[in-house]
Write a protein that binds this ligand. Structure first.
Ligand SMILES: Cc1cc2nc3c(=O)[nH]c(=O)nc-3n(C[C@H](O)[C@H](O)[C@H](O)COP(=O)(O)OP(=O)(O)OC[C@H]3O[C@@H](n4cnc5c(N)ncnc54)[C@H](O)[C@@H]3O)c2cc1C
Length: 388
C-alpha cells in the first residue's frame, strides 16, 4: 500500500512539499486541497513582474507528476485519530502524512468591506487590474504596499500611499534609509501620506473616498491594502494542534501530533541561528521549508536548519536580506554609495541579528555566517564585514 500524503494549501509551500515528496517517494500517493481555484503559482510576481509586462502564464509553477489536485476545495476539519481531513463539499481524504501549508489571512480594516482589495492572490491581481482606473489609494507602507504602489505608478496610475508610520519601510529600515526611500517614491510621482491613519472608506458614486484621522480625503478608482497577515491556524487549532505565533513545529517541521507537519507562512519553527522560534513570511522560507517538510513526510528525518532570506524590488531600488530587520535594534550602516549600494547590520549585544544588503546581490551566505556567529564579532570591523 503506497503512503498517502495529503497537503492542505496550494501555495508555494504546498507545491514545494509535493515536488519533494514526489522526488523522495516516487510510488507514494499525493493529494492537495487548495482553496484557490488556480493551480499553484508564485506570489512575488503579483506585485512586481506582472505590472512590468511579465505574462500571467509565467507565474504558474511546474506540474508535479501524479499530484491529485483538488483546486477550489477548502479543508474544514481534521480528524487526527482517524487520520482524515474533511473538505467543504463533505468529502473525506485519508492520509498517512499530512502537511498544513495554509499560509496567512490578510489583516483587514474594520471599514470599507469589499471596496478594499487586500492584495494577496492572483484573483486580487486580476481584480485590481480591472478596477484600477486612473487613481489608486494604497493603504500600508510595508513590503506589499510599497511594491504595489511602485508597480501601479510604473503603469501610469496616480498613486496615493497612506500609512501610520513616519516613512515607507520604517518598520524594517533605519530612519535615514526609510526617509530616502520615501523621497524616491515621491520623485516618481507617488503622493505619500505618512503618519496617517485611515478612519473612513466610503462610496462616492463609482469611486471610493478614503478619509484619514487628520482630515485628508483621497478619492480613488480603487483602494488596495497591504496590512500584513496573521497565520491561518484555524484548522490546526480546531484539531487541537499546539499553536503560538503559527502552528508550532519541531526542528523536523512536525507539529504536536506525529505524522502532521506544517511549513511556510503558517509555521512557527525553532531557528537555531537566532536562538528563538520564528515565523517567516517570505518566498525562500516557503520553498526551503516546503521542501524539507516534504522530504520528512517521505521519511527523511532531517532538521530544517536554513535561515531564510528575502528580497524586495521597488522602482530601481532593490535588496536582499536575512535575519531580523528591526530598526529597534542597533544598526550599523556601511554605504559604498549612500542609500544606493551598501550594507546595514542589525546588532543586539555582541551578535549580528540581521543583515540588509541594499543594492547588493549574491552575499546572502556571508550574511548568514555572520548571523550564525561563525565569524568572531568585532564591532569595529563590522562595517567592512561584507563587501559591496
Ligand atoms: C503580492 C505578494 C508579493 C510577495 N513578494 C515577495 C517577495 O518579493 N519576496 C519574498 O521573499 N516574499 C514575497 N512574498 C511572500 C511569499 O510569497 C510568501 O511567503 C509565500 O507565498 C507563502 O507561501 P505559503 O504557501 O506558505 O502561504 P500562502 O501563499 O498564503 O498559501 C497558502 C494557500 O493555502 C490556501 N488555504 C488556506 N487554508 C486552506 C484550507 N483550509 N484548505 C485548502 N487551502 C487552504 C490558501 O488559499 C492559499 O492559497 C510576497 C507575497 C505576496 C502576497
Amino acid at each position: 500500500m503506497p503512503t498517502r500524503h495529503l497537503v492542505v494549501g496550494g501555495g508555494m509551500t504546498g507545491h514545494a512539499a509535493a515536488a519533494a515528496i514526489r522526488e523522495a517517494d516516487p510510488g507514494g500517493a499525493i493529494a492537495m486541497l487548495a482553496a484557490e481555484p488556480e493551480r499553484p503559482y508564485a506570489r512575488p510576481p503579483l506585485s512586481k513582474g506582472l505590472w512590468l509586462g511579465k505574462p500571467e502564464e509565467e507565474v504558474f509553477l511546474p506540474e508535479v507528476p501524479g499530484l491529485e489536485l483538488h483546486a477550489g476545495r477548502r479543508a474544514v476539519a481534521i480528524d487526527l485519530r482517524a487520520r482524515a481531513v474533511t473538505d467543504d463539499r463533505g468529502a473525506r481524504h485519508r492520509y498517512d502524512r499530512l502537511l498544513l501549508a495554509t499560509g496567512g489571512v490578510p489583516r483587514r480594516l474594520p471599514m470599507g468591506g469589499e471596496r478594499i482589495v487586500y492584495y494577496r492572490t492572483l484573483a486580487d491581481y486580476r481584480r485590481l487590474r480591472s478596477v484600477a482606473g486612473r487613481a489608486v489609494a494604497v493603504i500600508g507602507g510595508g513590503f506589499i504596499g510599497s511594491e504595489i504602489a511602485a508597480g501601479l505608478a510604473q503603469n501610469g496610475k496616480e498613486v496615493t500611499m497612506i500609512f501610520p508610520e513616519e516613512a515607507i519601510g520604517a518598520r524594517a529600515y533605519p530612519e535615514d534609509l526609510a526617509a530616502f526611500v520615501t523621497h524616491a517614491f515621491e520623485e516618481k510621482g507617488v503622493r505619500v501620506l505618512a503618519g496617517q491613519t485611515v478612519v473612513g472608506v466610503e462610496e462616492r458614486g463609482t469611486r471610493t473616498l478614503v478619509r484619514t484621522a487628520s482630515g485628508e480625503e483621497v478619492v480613488a478608482d480603487a483602494v488596495v491594502a497591504g496590512l500584513g497577515i496573521r497565520p491561518d491556524t484555524a484548522l490546526a487549532e480546531a484539531a487541537g494542534l499546539r499553536c503560538g505565533d503559527g502552528i508550532e513545529v519541531d526542528a523536523r517541521l512536525e507539529a504536536s501530533e506525529p505524522g502532521v507537519f506544517a511549513a511556510g507562512d503558517v509555521a512557527w519553527f525553532p531557528c537555531h541561528q537566532l536562538g528563538q522560534r520564528l515565523r517567516v513570511e517570505h518566498e525562500d522560507a516557503a520553498l526551503t521549508m516546503g521542501r524539507a517538510a516534504g522530504r520528512n513526510m517521505a521519511g527523511a528525518d532531517e532538521p530544517y536548519d536554513h535561515l531564510p532570506f528575502f528580497y524586495s524590488d521597488m522602482f530601481d531600488l532593490g535588496y536582499e536580506a536575512v535575519g531580523r530587520l528591526d530598526p529597534v535594534l542597533e544598526t550599523v550602516a556601511s554605504w559604498k554609495t549612500p542609500f544606493r549600494e551598501g550594507v546595514v547590520y542589525y546588532v543586539a549585544g555582541e551578535r549580528v541579528r540581521g543583515v540588509l544588503l541594499w543594492g547588493i546581490f549574491g552575499q546572502i551566505e556571508a550574511a548568514t555566517r555572520l548571523i550564525a556567529g561563525e565569524e568572531p564579532f568585532r564591532r569595529e570591523a563590522l562595517a567592512g564585514a561584507i563587501h559591496a
